[in-house]
Design a protein around this ligand. Structure first.
Ligand code: UTP
Length: 290
């Protein structure tokens, strides 16, 4: 059974500079809640009890966000703002949150390696801190946890992308023809040229990994972008253990990408009772001039 999750959130967020100079990318607000809170909530809804957030020295705002703010809470209570009090008090309720610093931003693989002592010898989930998966049904990571109950092996969360977009992702080569969302993998190619992309099955921001991954992360050499890549370690893991992919059934927003970020704000706004009518009118008005 999977009880623990790791959320890497220590990257520089260069695609979102200059705001990420002072505000962690993972705290970019989807109207009134930060991206990372939706990701923590996904893990909690999936039944994860312990979550480790990997942060860096200039990301203390993430730790503060998940802490109580006693001064603010007492002011809200004194002003009889009960609703607002519960809003701030109930953030990430239902799981134990842990934090560790990645001292140097050497890449996603290196970020996950920081979780070794926390994870110990059990399988675990990884949810990238800037990647939101929204579904009314089973949370994305729970879909993969259910698949893990069958395989007991590592699983990479995937989605179908257009061939033109395959160069942006790790692309999976299945071992056999796909018969459903779960399939064993033969290979993963990191950011292939369109002509040689083996499929349209792209790795997103969700993983279930066995602890064997740490054996490989510990001595993983730098790869693309001069970073210690998680995909490179998974490729080596594949030689020892089976690795699967699972097509997640959810709407994904890569919040590190500006257009996805704006779409997330619009979609969430259109769901909010206090905003949706006003926002619809605004969108219709603006669309007239497009
Ligand atoms: P990204 O590659 O999207 O994040 O990593 P980045 O490097 O911060 O972003 P850009 O490309 O410069 O804009 C995916 C996740 O892994 C974390 C990031 O914080 C993000 O949530 N990460 C990345 C780390 O925790 N440590 C790293 O060294 C690199």
């Amino acid at each position: 059974m999977i009880r623990k999750a790791v959320i890497p959130a220590a990257g520089y967020g260069t695609r979102f500079l200059p705001i990420t100079k002072a505000l962690p990318k993972e705290l970019l607000p989807i109207i009134d809640r930060p991206t990372i809170e939706y990701i923590v909530d996904e893990a909690i809804k999936a039944g994860i009890t312990d979550i480790l957030l990997i942060v860096s020295s200039n990301k203390n705002a993430i730790i503060d966000y998940f802490d109580y703010n006693i001064e603010l809470e007492s002011i809200l209570l004194a002003k009889q703002k009960e609703e607002e009090y519960h809003l701030v008090r109930n953030i990430a309720k239902g799981a134990n949150l842990h934090f560790i610093r990645q001292k140097e931003q050497l890449g996603l693989g290196h970020a996950v390696l920081q979780a070794e002592a926390f994870i110990g010898n059990e399988p675990f989930a990884v949810l990238l801190g800037d990647d939101m998966y929204v579904t009314e049904g089973t949370p994305a990571i729970k879909q993969m946890m259910d698949a893990f109950d069958k395989t007991k092996q590592s699983i990479l969360g995937t989605m179908e992308v257009a061939y033109e977009d395959t160069y942006k992702y790790g692309i999976c080569t299945p071992k056999e023809e796909k018969k459903g969302p779960l399939v064993e993998l033969k290979d993963v190619v990191e950011k292939p040229d369109i002509e040689v992309a083996p499929s349209r099955s792209a790795i997103g921001g969700r993983y279930i990994l066995t602890p064997t991954i740490f054996e490989y992360l510990k001595n993983q050499q730098k790869g693309k972008g001069n970073e210690i890549q998680l995909t490179d370690a998974i490729l080596r893991l594949m030689k020892k253990e089976k690795v699967y992919s699972y097509d997640i059934d959810a709407k994904r927003y890569d919040v590190g990408n500006k257009l996805d970020y704006v779409e997330a704000i619009l979609d969430f706004g259109l769901q909010k009772d206090d905003l949706k009518e006003g926002l619809k009118a605004l969108i219709k008005e603006k669309a007239k001039d497009l």
